[in-house]
Design a protein around this ligand. Structure first.
Ligand code: FES
Length: 118
């Protein structure tokens, strides 16, 4: 599959994202069911992961779009406290140490954050 075959679905406007903030949005990734994503903006960069904890398959937010962070700014799962670094989404402490969140490829184009579906 080439990049010409990629579909890029717009999620939200880049300027809606607070720099350094974690955001939750719904997106259709495969099939018709909407899935929850965690979206992080850091400066001009945006990263996204599926909002599913690798420990027990639960959402990481304690309420929709409300995420816990530790003092170092790492994401903490609200269910059992797994702690994830926010570069690769790897769990660095807690019950699923060494596992990782599922990365969802996103790009910023024309001021919009888009999921890259291949
Ligand atoms: S479901 Fe996230 S730490 Fe258990």
């Amino acid at each position: 599959m080439t990049s010409a075959d990629e579909q890029r679905d717009a999620l939200l406007r880049f300027d809606q994202l607070e720099d350094g903030g974690l955001h939750e949005i719904e997106a259709r990734l495969e099939g018709n069911d909407a899935e929850s994503l965690i979206v992080l903006r850091e400066g001009d960069a945006v990263r996204a992961w599926l909002n599913v904890c690798p420990h027990a398959g639960r959402r990481l937010d304690w309420a929709p779009g409300r995420f816990l962070k530790d003092k170092q700014g790492r994401l903490v799962c609200a269910v059992h406290g797994a702690t994830f670094e926010l570069q690769g989404g790897e769990c660095i402490a807690g019950p699923c140490r060494g596992a990782a969140l599922r990365t969802i490829p996103v790009v910023v184009e024309d001021g919009l954050v888009r999921v890259v579906r291949t």
